[in-house]
Design a protein around this ligand. Structure first.
Ligand code: 2P0
Length: 334
């Protein structure tokens, strides 16, 4: 049974009249089974489920406080209200907190911005957690996940640490489409961030996703592939089988890129260095090192391996930023 009716009343009852100063952290997340394609664009309702791993201490900390007028800062610097970032953020705040007073919002990424990995996911999740505290809503975490999803789809998975499943849901209002933490912990599992290119992206992920759904003949095969990947990844997590988990995560990422390569015109995020790194990961695996890769809508790689393999992975890739997904606070806690 879905908890939607109670989520609906919890959300309907939120008051936005008075705010106090509040701060919250949310981690970035990397999908092991990717979200790629929407059934409804305004609410970011996905065509399929997805499953992610949160990035421990890497993410976004956001503060909200009442002010004489709206203002926005990123990394301590004021953000131009006419910028795309500011417009998207305030449109979201107006929808999440209708009738609100003016607010000063300050946001900081702990994920290296130059790494091209700072995501809208931790940003919208931290903002929703900060708004929940600022207005004293005390909403259930699933309701906050619904709100975060409306800012950016993948943000609905950044409300928890560890593994998080996002169920596609079937409702038109999206109240059954939110993140849900898995109980499973896998303390040995690591994720490593590996840069192939730090230049600006030619195509944003939202645009690439919509363009792929609209024009790629391979997209028709995507929903069934995801169903299989979701079943497989849950069984890999239950067994703590890094080979199984890695195979499925790699297949999900490469299948997603295959749908993009078949779009018209093709979306090609891979740079020469991306391809070199992909081959290097495969070579290490042939030599017996259990290391696998995933990629998002960009040229960079994320490596999946267990703690015991970290020295070997680090020595093969000196530029690697290793992440312990189990470190850091529970999102929304001090
Ligand atoms: C994911 N990505 O599952 C997939 C894999 C990128 C590749 O979710 O339009 O910023 O805000 O719902 O969440 C990135 O897209 O898109 C993303 P919107 P979002 O992590």
């Amino acid at each position: 049974m879905s908890a939607s009716p109670s989520l609906a009343s919890a959300l309907a009852g939120r008051s936005c009249a008075e705010a106090r100063a509040a701060t919250a952290f949310a981690p970035a997340n990397i999908a092991l089974v990717k979200y790629w394609g929407k059934r409804e664009a305004r609410l970011n309702l996905p065509r399929t489920g997805s499953l992610s791993l949160s990035l421990g201490t890497l993410g976004t900390t956001t503060s909200v406080e009442p002010a004489a007028q709206d203002s926005l800062a990123l990394g301590g610097e004021p953000v131009d209200p006419a910028s795309g970032f500011a417009k998207r953020l305030w449109a979201f705040v107006d929808e999440a907190a209708p009738g609100r007073p003016p607010l000063a919002v300050a946001t900081e990424n702990t994920i290296p911005t130059a790494a091209g990995l700072a995501s809208s996911a931790s940003g919208f999740a931290a903002l929703v957690l900060a708004l929940d505290r600022a207005f004293g809503w005390r909403l259930p975490r699933a309701a906050l996940s619904v709100l975060a999803r409306q800012g950016s789809g993948s943000a609905c998975r950044s409300l928890w640490r560890g593994f998080v499943a996002w169920r596609a849901g079937t409702r038109d209002d999206g109240l059954d489409s939110h993140g849900e933490p898995l109980e499973a912990r896998w303390p040995e599992l690591r994720i490593g961030l590996l840069l192939a290119d730090t230049g600006p992206k030619a195509v944003g992920s939202r645009e690439a996703m919509n363009h792929t759904v609209a024009t790629s003949p391979l997209y028709a095969a995507w929903p069934a592939a995801v169903e299989g990947h979701l079943r497989e990844i849950r069984s890999a997590i239950a067994a703590q089988d890094v080979h199984h988990l890695g195979r499925v995560a790699e297949a999900s990422a490469l299948t997603m890129h295959a749908t993009m390569l078949a779009a018209d015109p093709a979306v090609v995020y891979w740079r020469p260095e991306s391809v070199r790194l992909i081959h290097e990961v495969r070579r290490l695996r042939e030599d017996g090192l259990p290391v696998y890769l995933t990629m998002d809508a960009g040229p960079n790689l994320k490596l999946l391996y267990e703690a015991a393999s970290e020295p070997a992975v680090q020595s093969a890739f000196p530029g690697l930023t290793p992440v312990d997904p189990w470190s850091g606070p529970e999102p929304g806690e001090d």
